[in-house]
Design a protein around this ligand. Structure first.
Ligand SMILES: [Zn+2]
Length: 224
C-alpha cells in the first residue's frame, strides 16, 4: 500500500492520532515511518491488528483478553479458585502474574470510576463480578484497584456491590515499597504502611490474619 496523495496520508495520521499517548507530531512521524519501511513490514502491522481483533475475546470468566474461552489461567486446575483478585486492567493482571506470587484467579473490571472523566458505575461490570464471586468455590475477593483517588472510589463501589455475598472481601496492602527508604517516602505512603502494619517475625500466609486479629495497641505514629 502506498500513499496516493496527501489525503490518504492525512487519513493515516488521523487514525494514529486516535491511539492513546500519541499526539499529532508522533502520529505524523509514525505515518511517514510506515510509508518508508518495506511494504510487508507495514502490512504486517495491519495484519496483526486484524488478527488480534478477530481472534481475541474477553474470557467469559475473568474478562481478560484471550484466544480461548475460558482463558488458560481460568482453565488451570492448579490455580486456587477460592480467591478472586479484582484488577482494573489486563495490564494489571499481567503485572501480578509476572511476580508468580499469586496463585488464585482474577476478575478484570476493564475500567475505574472517574467522575471527572464521566466514568460512572455503569462502566464497571459489577453484575458480572457479583455473579463470578457468587460461585460456590469463591471464599475471598481481594480488591486490587490502584492506590489512588479513582482506585479508592472504585474499591468502595466494589465493596458495596459485594456486601450481600458470603465472601471475605480484602484489599491489597499499600505503603512502603520494597527497597525504598522511609526518609524518601511521601506522607501518605508512610501513613498507609502504618495503617496496614502486621505482626513481625514471619511472612504472612493469606489465611493467617484478619483485621480483628491485629495488635490492639495502636499508638499514633507521632509518638516516636
Ligand atoms: Zn479467564
Amino acid at each position: 500500500m502506498t500513499a496516493r496523495g496527501p489525503e490518504r496520508l492525512e487519513a493515516l495520521v488521523a487514525c494514529l492520532e486516535r491511539l492513546p499517548g500519541i499526539g499529532p507530531r508522533s502520529a505524523a512521524r509514525l505515518a511517514h515511518h510506515l510509508l518508508r519501511v518495506p511494504e510487508d513490514e507495514a502490512l504486517a502491522l495491519a495484519e496483526a491488528i486484524a488478527e488480534a481483533r478477530a481472534r481475541i475475546r474477553p474470557c467469559s470468566s475473568c474478562r481478560a483478553p484471550a484466544e480461548v474461552d475460558p482463558c488458560p489461567t481460568c482453565a488451570d486446575p492448579t490455580r486456587d479458585g477460592r480467591v478472586l483478585l479484582v484488577v482494573e486492567t489486563p495490564r494489571d493482571l499481567a503485572a501480578v502474574e509476572s511476580t508468580g506470587a499469586y496463585r488464585g484467579l482474577y476478575f478484570v473490571l476493564g475500567a475505574r470510576l472517574s467522575p471527572l472523566e464521566g466514568v460512572d458505575e455503569s462502566a464497571l461490570d459489577l453484575d458480572g463480578l457479583r455473579e463470578r464471586a457468587a460461585r460456590s468455590c469463591v471464599t475471598e475477593v481481594c480488591i486490587g484497584t490502584n492506590p489512588d483517588l479513582e482506585g479508592d472510589g472504585t474499591a468502595l463501589a466494589l465493596l458495596d456491590a459485594l456486601s450481600s455475598l458470603p465472601v471475605r472481601v480484602t484489599r491489597l496492602a499499600r505503603g512502603l515499597p520494597t527497597g525504598g527508604q522511609i526518609e524518601h517516602q511521601n506522607a501518605s505512603a508512610i501513613a498507609d504502611a502504618f495503617e496496614g502494619r502486621r505482626e513481625a517475625g514471619r511472612r504472612r500466609s493469606p489465611e493467617s490474619r484478619s483485621p480483628e486479629s491485629r495488635s490492639p495497641e495502636s499508638r499514633s505514629p507521632e509518638s516516636r
